[in-house]
Write a protein that binds this ligand. Structure first.
Ligand code: DAT
Ligand code: MG
Length: 140
């Protein structure tokens, strides 16, 4: 399996509770390496643009408001089969359905305030990385 990249966000519920380090530790222990990282406070334009794929869903407004509510940490992760590895350690979207030992089972508050984002395909990983990072900000 090739070394690939994925895109990750440590969401406002985690930064608010000072869990940035705890989340990164779980990602690192899962074999992922942080090769780019920045703490930002998302604008409405960024949050709406990033989640545009969900704009028809009933929770879109709530999702955008949440992502703008506190700082987030956007990051690029690298590792073997990084997209799947990250999704596996994140756990299910709804923490009530997430496996024990996953980030969302251990830390998420609800289906909305669920601690982390992770790209769901290699194709979306590239699009999402490009949304927040220039290539020269990624240092492998
Ligand atoms: P994931 O983040 O696991 O890829 P998704 O892409 O289906 O899940 O949804 C994106 C985010 O939208 C999710 O992390 C939290 C929010 N969300 C999804 N379903 C929701 C729901 N039923 N109610 C409230 N927020 C929801
Ligand atoms: Mg998704």
């Amino acid at each position: 399996m090739a070394v690939t990249r994925t895109f990750s966000i440590i969401k406002p519920d985690a930064t608010r509770r000072n869990l940035t380090g705890a989340v990164i530790k779980m990602l690192e222990e899962a074999g992922l390496r942080v090769v780019a990282s920045k703490r930002i406070h998302m604008s409405r334009e960024q949050a709406e643009g990033f989640y545009a794929v969900h704009k028809e869903r009933p929770f879109f407004g709530e999702l955008v408001d949440f992502m703008m509510s506190e700082p987030v940490v956007v990051q690029v992760l690298e590792g073997e089969d990084a997209v799947k590895r990250n999704r596996d350690i994140m756990g299910a979207t709804n923490p009530a359905e997430a496996e024990p030992g996953t980030i969302r089972k251990e830390h998420a508050l609800s289906i909305g305030e669920n601690t982390v984002h992770g790209s769901d395909s290699e194709e979306n990983a590239k699009i999402e990385i490009d949304f927040f990072f220039n290539e020269d900000e990624i240092v492998g």
